[in-house]
Design a protein around this ligand. Sequence first.
Ligand code: SF4
Length: 404
Amino acid sequence: MTMTLNRQTVIPITELEQSAFCRSDGNLRTQTLEEEFKAGVRWQKIPTRYMKLSPEEIDAGIAEAKKALGNQVILLGHHYQRSDVIKYADIRGDSYLLSKQAAEIKDARAIVFCGVHFMAETADILSSDDQSVILPNMAAGCSMADMANLEEVEDCWDDLQSVLEGQGTVVPITYMNSTADIKALCGKNGGLVCTSSNADRAFNWAYERGDKVLFLPDQHLGRNTALKMGIPETEMVVWDPFKQMGGLSPEQIRRAKVILWKGHCSVHTRFTTKQIEEAREQHPGINVIVHPECTKEAVAAADYVGSTEYIQNMINAAPTGSVWGVGTEINMVSRLAKENPDKTVFCLDPVVCPCATMYRIHPAYVLWVLDGLVAGLVINRIEVPPATKANARIALDRMLEISK
Ligand code: SF4
């Protein structure tokens, strides 16, 4: 028996929600679901008995459910999940690693994805048809992915074709952090998916097939990748979906080598050059490492730039006594600090802000969906429609191919 809730509308981060979990004392303690709900977090409705469960009750419940389900279920956990959720994950990783894992999991009938909506969609596209992918809280979206919806991107694509007719070929590249619809549009139109670790390879792949790249939805990753490849900013334009023809003239479009969709990550754009300067003043000899979803200014001021896995590997392999100022999501930074007690690891942003949508996965939701599986009920199954799945798979397979 399956209980599916299709997420048709964007569930934005509320100001109350953002302020409830951005703290300067760095204390991100998980409260009961009821307490967090009162603090302003947007939750999917859940049976009331889960609202008041203590951490100990949830721990015991999850252990019992996992024991009953054995290898029928596997839990995937993204690095940005809070510690009180990631501890239940059988496999941890960034969105690329977890999507590869989802493609390789054969035994488990159910994949519980502790991450956000686009990640669960990707897992559904890559896993086999008889496996169910479950997102514990359907409100866990990604504000960046939601910045590019299908209708807007289709309009952009049509406008580009009509402006460029016979005067250039555009190859669409979408970052993994996009909806299945957008991945499918790229697959259908000769493009591919990329992650922050293979974006440069995706650009190379695209330029072997066309002379322009439409990069969706994160302008910063697109810009940082193009700059790293030696493409000057004068050859890049930003497509604003809220303006006629993206706010660009036909001439600007024809001259551009890269067309960047106007999207961003609300977590990574918080990092500034001022924070980096202050960290360098306070910790001479510090290593500054940031994610490529940060602005080009923050990227230029950093010593190292790379994906979540790259950041983790660099810090884990760093010498004892080294100091690291990190520009990425706080739950991951806190975990790295804890796991590397011989080094100093801290977040560059003094006001601690988690990814608010990732934070919507509360341990009580994990217990709820596992209890459902024990009772023979698949709660919150993510199912990408077959036609979308087929085209998105093409774009994802191209990415997996260039990453070999
Ligand atoms: S950190 Fe940014 S890009 Fe990643 S899931 Fe959160 S909002 Fe989306």
